[in-house]
Design a protein around this ligand. Structure first.
Ligand code: ABU
Length: 497
């Protein structure tokens, strides 16, 4: 089709349905070849870097009054793939998500082919039941009695954490739903200084104010200091504020540290505080008999955030908010919209789950995860977790023995490993006055080189008084020890000066 094509919205209503069919088949061929198979091969680049000005010229972003031909659209698909980061590439070890799981991918495509919205049983019968089954299984793995409770798949871990704050507050002060926060005593919640920034962000979003998130010191391993937690709770009481929630972290974003949940649960019990565990990152370790001890005590939580799109490699996004309590989600958020949640429907309307969340329409993020789980079984996830932890341990041990690498925290608990690469010219100069300043500039330079060459992607950050260091993250169980060696050698190559 060379001449501009006049599209009609629906495939079936188009007079020439075959054109749509062949377009979809050709598109899928390109997706499979360029984005999935060639794109993820170790021989290909992780990305083809272009700065914004170049990319604006290279890709035809402009929207016009008339439509494009199928050939033009196919070319746009190719170019979109060409200039996008291949986050499923084995050497994309930059973020807390990576990898393309074949079953997850098909599940994601199936979701999009069916285009459901999970709010009423009449619109999403399969997904409503699927969600109930998967959430119950997740609650069982967390250790809630009989897997009972409630939950919801959310658009990301930040939203799951927002639900936690909302449910904790509602449990204590249900009238806020109606009256708002006006004239009330100040509410305070507690999380560690290494917790994910969404806790502060969502406290602001929900009207609590970020000043009322008291940051608890973490110890030398990045874990919440429970003595400081106790003293900060007491401080809030002296200030005549109302402490209501602690958010512990199971797998901090940078260091991968696991807070001592049992001890924090004791404090929460003593002070009658809602215990939330943000296990967005580390939750996947619950699937492994060998590593679930990292989250010891999680069964005592009131609620848990767990993102299968992170350690378990479900496609973006897949985040579960799990509660041990029934009814809180609905009581906190329902508004009984009469046009959608009619109570006189011909079926059991307790399956119309949509009023318990704050969105209206909601993607069926459960399907890809359920499909992966069906394909692998729980034992498949366990093998996956054991492999990525093994890779992380191998990487850690190897850099500890390799000249030029310096680990930030010994014995990382999760599969994110933080380290400095010290180029030859800086070695032996650790006591120089400008050593920290020079070391601080190393990671951004190496990052620039790796991005421009497209050979790998590893993120870096400064934290507290520490100069910039790399954080490499492993959650792709397609990687092996040879890949670990390759990544280490890449640092040596790029960092050589
Ligand atoms: N919760 C998003 C984490 C982003 C990252 O550091 O990979």
């Amino acid at each position: 089709l060379k001449k501009p094509y006049k599209p009609i919205a629906s495939i079936e209503s188009h007079p020439n349905r075959n054109q749509h069919e062949s377009f979809i088949r050709e598109s899928v061929e390109i997706l499979l070849k360029d984005a999935v198979f060639n794109g993820l091969s170790r021989d290909s680049k992780v990305l083809e870097w272009r700065n914004p000005e170049e990319l604006l010229k290279l890709l035809d972003f402009e929207i016009r009054a008339s439509g494009s031909s199928h050939d033009e659209l196919l070319q746009l698909i190719r170019e979109t793939i060409q200039y996008s980061v291949k986050t499923g590439h084995p050497y994309f070890v930059n973020q807390l998500f990576s990898s393309v799981d074949p079953y997850g991918l098909v599940g994601q495509w199936l979701t999009d082919a069916l285009n459901p919205s999970v709010y009423t049983y009449e619109v999403s019968p399969v997904f409503t039941l699927m969600e109930e089954v998967v959430l119950k299984e997740m609650r069982t793995i967390v250790g809630f009695p009989n897997g009972d409770g409630d939950g919801i798949f959310c658009p990301g871990g930040s939203m799951s954490n927002a639900y936690a704050i909302s449910c904790a507050r509602h449990s204590l002060m249900p009238d806020i739903k109606r009256t708002g926060l006006h004239g009330l005593q100040r509410l305070v919640l507690f999380t560690s200084e290494d917790a994910h920034y969404s806790i502060k962000k969502m406290a602001s979003f929900l009207g609590l104010g970020s000043d009322n998130v008291y940051l608890i010191k973490s110890d030398g391993r990045g874990k919440m200091d429970v003595e400081h937690l106790t003293s900060e709770i007491e401080r809030s009481l002296r200030e005549n504020a109302i402490p209501f929630m602690v958010s512990a972290t199971a797998g901090t974003t940078v260091f991968g540290a696991f807070d001592p949940i049992e001890e924090i649960a004791d404090v929460c019990e003593r002070h009658k505080l809602w215990l939330h565990v943000d296990a967005a990152w580390g939750g996947g370790a619950l699937m492994s008999k060998k590593y679930k001890h990292l989250l010891k005590g999680i069964h005592r939580a009131d609620s848990v955030t767990w993102n299968p799109h992170k350690l378990l490699t479900a496609p973006q996004q897949c985040s579960a908010y799990l509660l041990r309590h029934k009814g809180v989600l609905s009581s906190a958020h329902s508004t009984n919209a009469a046009y959608l949640f009619q109570k006189d429907k011909f079926y059991d309307t307790s399956f119309d789950t949509g009023d318990k969340h704050v969105q209206c329409g909601r993607r069926a993020d459960v399907l890809k995860f359920w499909f992966m789980w069906k394909a692998k079984g729980t034992s498949g996830f366990e093998q996956h977790i054991d492999k990525v932890f093994d890779n992380a341990e191998f990487f850690t041990n190897t850099i500890q023995k390799t000249e030029g690498f310096s680990i930030v925290l010994d014995n990382p608990e999760c599969t994110n490993i933080c380290f400095w690469y010290i180029p030859p010219s800086l070695r032996g100069h650790e006591t120089d006055a400008d050593y920290h300043e020079k070391l601080h500039s190393v990671a951004p330079k190496i990052k620039e080189k790796m991005m421009k060459e497209g050979s790998m992607m590893v993120t870096y950050q400064a934290q507290k008084s520490l100069p910039n260091f790399f954080r490499i993250v492993f959650q792709n169980s397609g990687l092996n020890h040879d890949d670990m060696i390759h990544l280490i050698q890449e640092f040596e190559r790029l960092g050589y000066d």
